[in-house]
Design a protein around this ligand. Structure first.
Ligand code: NAP
Length: 445
């Protein structure tokens, strides 16, 4: 339970979406400790919510689904431990960023110190006073460096591409503020409503639709000002200066990275990596950076979704064959030839600097409409039409090329052809699509 927040436990783990917006709509939480919630608090929130709504008792833990097959009008499931089940519907809520991506760097397997991926943290490995190298400067690498710079004997941050860092004040909520929220549910709800968080999301997601929109230029100006004001050494400042549009890669919100990287223990290394040797990382300038611990904050394989689960649709059609060129789904939810199979946070859905809980809730509202058709006896199977997916994909790719994500940087948002695979339209359009399912896009049997 908890997905991202269960699998990631690295030091400094923080959700960069405002805490009061990072909740289910039906379960606001007055007790967040800060504006940006620490990862373990988010995990605790999910666990508490699952208990409160008696979801926990429906979960069979530690069961890996290995087979999910559509046969004789129903889904046949099998787990690794041999359990089987038959279901009318399957909803895959298996997440996006959960298969760690390991860099292919010569000599990585020869390193004799400790090495770990950020999403597989080993808390038995010592940190204090050690020579720590962090590879990667996405949201994860930046948070780890911020947490460890003062603890390490020496911290070396290996950067391949500079990142835009957006300033944020991660204020702590006082006991008085929490008590006020506990006693006033309307006030608590207002923190996630249209005028506050959602209005900001709307502004941000409209801005990213056009790489040259005034809003994107404004975001870039704020991030540039953050760099100019926060980093005193001109050489370091130039190393940290990105050469692409802000928000092209997922924008990083950080209150403390620039401070951390200027800590006397810290060094930013932007020379390319030549190889890894038994005692450290050798960069292309010939320097050997000796390390005790190497942290790979190198991200995830974002195109796997529910795989390696073996999913087969109508007539034994394997999902791997359908997704051979890359994953796709009508409105990110449904796949032709896979009747009564739906996804939460599936491919081509909205991802970015906002709450995926909100996205999943909207998708659930949409899926519930389709399931209702079967429940009411109007049909037994609901399946997206091929033409609907094809038209959606053509329009989606055309729109995606214009977004800031497609403006000339590499990121996990891009598919194998280099086209952003994220929802390329406004949040309002997404909300409209999710609120009323258009049944002509489906075959009802
Ligand atoms: P990421 O954004 O994909 O970043 C991976 C980093 O590793 C990049 O800096 C990349 O450099 C570098 N890298 C990868 N392979 C490399 C190689 N062979 N040599 C050198 N550098 C290499 O991964 P992430 O930081 O784990 O973040 C993934 C996503 O998780 C985020 O975008 C966000 O959606 C989510 N996340 C969210 C939060 C939050 O606060 N809500 C926190 C952490 C993560 P290049 O840029 O040069 O490719």
């Amino acid at each position: 339970m908890g997905g991202t927040w269960r699998e990631n436990t690295y030091p400094g783990l923080t959700c960069d979406v405002p805490s009061h917006a990072y909740t289910y709509s039906f379960e606001p939480n007055p007790d967040w400790s800060r504006f940006l919630p620490p990862g373990p608090e988010v995990q605790g929130y999910f666990e508490r919510t699952a208990k409160k709504y008696q979801v926990e008792e429906m979960i069979q833990f530690n069961q890996e689904i290995i087979r999910c097959e559509f046969k004789d009008g129903r889904w046949h499931l099998e787990t690794k431990s041999g359990l089987t089940d038959v279901a009318d519907f399957v909803i895959a809520a298996t997440g996006v960023l959960h298969h760690p991506s390991f860099p292919k760097i010569k000599g990585l397997d020869t390193f004799q110190g400790d090495v770990l991926h950020s999403a597989r943290w080993d808390h038995d490995i010592a940190l204090d006073g050690r020579r720590i190298g962090v590879l990667g400067n996405g949201s994860t690498g930046v948070q780890i460096v911020s947490a460890l710079a003062a603890r390490a004997g020496k911290l070396t941050h290996f950067q391949r591409t500079a990142q835009w860092i957006f300033p944020v004040d991660n204020v702590a909520f006082s006991e008085e503020q929490k008590a006020a929220l506990r006693n006033d549910r309307a006030l608590l709800k207002s923190l996630q409503n249209e005028e506050t968080y959602l209005a900001n999301v709307e502004r941000f997601t409209n801005a990213v639709l056009d790489a040259n929109s005034p809003e994107i230029l404004e975001i870039e100006a704020i991030a540039r000002n953050n760099l100019e004001q926060s980093v005193t050494d001109p050489l370091l400042r130039e190393k940290l200066r990105p050469t692409y549009r802000a928000a092209c890669k997922r924008l990083i919100y950080s209150p403390d990275y620039y401070r951390a990287i200027q800590h006397p223990n810290a060094e930013l290394v932007s020379d390319g990596i030549e190889c890894i040797e038994p005692t450290g990382v050798r960069t292309q300038d010939g320097r050997l950076h000796e390390l005790d611990l190497l942290v790979l904050a190198t991200g995830f394989k974002a195109d796997q979704f529910m795989r390696p689960m073996n999913v087969t649709g109508r007539n034994g059609l394997p999902l791997n064959e359908v997704w051979a060129k890359g994953p796709s789904a009508y409105l990110a939810v449904a796949i032709p030839d896979f009747p009564n199979f739906f996804m939460l946070n599936g491919p081509t859905g909205p991802v970015g600097n906002f709450s995926l809980i909100d996205i999943a809730e909207q998708q659930w509202g949409y899926i519930a409409q389709l399931m209702e058709l079967v429940r009411k006896g109007e049909c037994r199977e609901v399946e997206a039409r091929h033409e609907a997916l094809q038209a959606y994909d053509i329009a989606r790719k055309e729109a995606a090329r214009k977004t800031v994500f497609g403006s000339g940087c590499s990121s996990w948002y891009l598919d194998a052809e280099g086209i952003p695979s994220t929802w390329p339209w406004s949040q309002r359009r997404f909300k409209e699509e999710m609120s009323a399912a258009k049944l002509d896009a489906y075959v009802l049997r």
